[in-house]
Design a protein around this ligand. Structure first.
Ligand code: HSE
Length: 471
């Protein structure tokens, strides 16, 4: 299409003013795409976009790769947001991003952000401000980078009922677990490899401890279940305790270990163990519902999934999200979850959407919380465990182990026993490895079973405990 044709299709001639907050890897890619693709974006929106400023900490740094005139870089973000129609926030973190977004909305700007931490911490305040100011708040890039996921949940699947989301939403941890699985590397070595390739930050805490994935799980669950879910509501376990023994145990089961973000609707009939508990490492019980009412379970933790599951084939730093809905059935979204251009792609999609609304009027869908489902504690989550034990090989041990499961009302699915060579410290005592996989039970019951097993004198060690998902 020629530039003249594009001009003919414009329905508004005054450009829409774009302010970009932040010019790191993602901001640079956004600026470059805005400048390189200006003609096509004008045609698609029906109006030209004009970058009126880029807020940065160091305005004198050479940023010629953005294609943005050097005079447009400023340190005065507060002033910049007062003279824009669309503000793109890629600073990250809570402040000053939150204040700038709220100020931008107050001045009539729609906002596009990739800021999962802010949305998971204070999303409702931002959604409410967007509604009061009659502007859009779009955030496709906040979860799983380039993958179109939030708009499908918010719009394409809004006529359906989402039952469960299983997501690999953190590329760094997927890379680390993939390396541990394919090369036998230990956790520390795999993290170092991820750092060398630029996947992991120098301080990898947010990724490896599951904070990043938990923020994304909160955003996904809020959209899928029309319920406010914040980061504090998400049970979180990272991958720092995943050992080479866990990875080996998974391989023996023809499974692979993934850090999963799980958002699941638990029907009222299957509400789990009313004793609750198990919230050792994260939130998850702030709005615990009762079993008869059912609710939603939102959690991030490592889990074994069968190698036949579509998520098992997600390698290296890729992301993928598996959605199960009542009518649609199973859906899989796959792609790059981070990086400048992939994240910028999602941001530009949002920019076009909110800009179109500026041209023709109206807003996109706002926050939907009408279901207000209770958020269940981790103890109430329904899951399965894979447990490896190092036990004494003598009469009655298997019966004792089986009794511990029975006493906690946990049903065993499979048991495998293998003789081990004797411990050099007690060469006369027989030793065996017992691998038990359970049927589904509440996490509280499963976790109490593991405690009971660990206390048995015949159990020499609990060598691996891992949840099993993805049946
Ligand atoms: N650090 C994230 C990841 C990308 O490793 O996937 C940004 O959310």
């Amino acid at each position: 299409m020629s530039q003249t044709d594009r001009t003919v299709k414009q329905t508004r001639t005054r450009p829409l003013r774009i302010a970009l907050l932040g010019c790191g890897v993602v901001g640079t890619a956004v600026a470059r795409l805005l400048t390189d693709n200006a003609g096509d974006l004008t045609a698609r929106i029906g109006c030209p976009l004009e970058i009126v400023g880029v807020a940065v900490r160091r305005p004198d740094k050479n940023r010629s790769e953005t294609g943005v005139d050097a005079s447009l870089f400023t340190t005065d973000a507060e002033e910049l947001v007062t003279r824009a129609d669309v503000v793109i926030e890629v600073i990250g973190g809570i402040e000053p991003a939150r204040s700038l977004i709220l100020a931008a909305m107050k001045h009539g700007a729609s906002v596009v952000t990739a800021n999962k931490a802010l949305l998971a911490e204070d999303g409702p305040r931002l959604y409410q401000a967007a509604q009061e100011c009659d502007v859009d708040l779009y955030y496709e890039a906040s979860v799983a980078g380039a993958i179109p996921l939030l708009r499908p949940l918010r719009e394409s699947l809004v006529g359906d009922d989402v039952r469960r989301i299983l997501g690999i939403v953190n590329g760094t941890t997927n890379y680390v677990l993939d390396k541990m699985d394919t090369t036998g590397a230990g956790f520390g070595d795999a993290v170092e490899q991820a750092q060398a390739l630029g996947y992991a930050e120098a301080d990898p805490t947010a990724d490896v401890e599951g904070f990043d994935a938990a923020a994304k799980a909160a955003i996904l669950a809020s959209l899928a279940f029309h319920t406010r879910v914040g980061a504090k509501d998400v049970y979180r376990e990272g991958i720092t305790d995943v050992s080479a023994a866990d990875i080996r145990a998974a391989r023996e089961m023809d499974c692979v270990v993934k850090l999963l973000a799980i958002c699941e609707r638990i029907p009222s009939s299957g509400g789990g163990d009313s004793k609750g508990g198990g919230d050792s490492k994260g939130g998850g019980d702030s709005k615990a519902g009762n079993d008869s009412a059912g609710g939603i379970s939102v959690r991030v933790h490592p889990a074994m999934i069968p190698r036949t599951h579509p998520l098992a084939g997600v390698r290296e730093a890729f992301n993928a999200v598996f959605v199960e809905a009542e009518s649609a059935g199973q859906l899989m979204f796959y792609g790059q979850g981070a990086g400048g251009d992939p994240t910028a792609s999602a941001i530009l999609g949002d920019v076009v959407a909110v800009a179109r609304h500026k041209v023709v009027g109206g807003r996109g869908p706002g926050e939907s919380t009408y279901q207000e489902l209770p958020i269940l504690s981790m103890g109430q989550a329904m899951t399965r465990y894979h447990i490896s034990l190092d036990v004494a090989d003598r009469p009655g041990v298997l019966a004792q182990v089986a009794l511990a499961f029975a006493e906690h009302n946990v049903s065993i699915e499979t048991v495998r026993q293998q003789l081990l060579s004797p411990d050099p410290d007690s060469p006369d005592e027989g030793r065996a490895s017992l691998v038990v996989v359970t049927h589904t039970a509440s996490d509280a019951a499963l976790s109490a079973t593991v405690d009971a097993l660990a206390a048995l004198s015949t159990v020499r060690a609990v060598t691996s405990v891992m949840r099993v998902e993805g049946e």
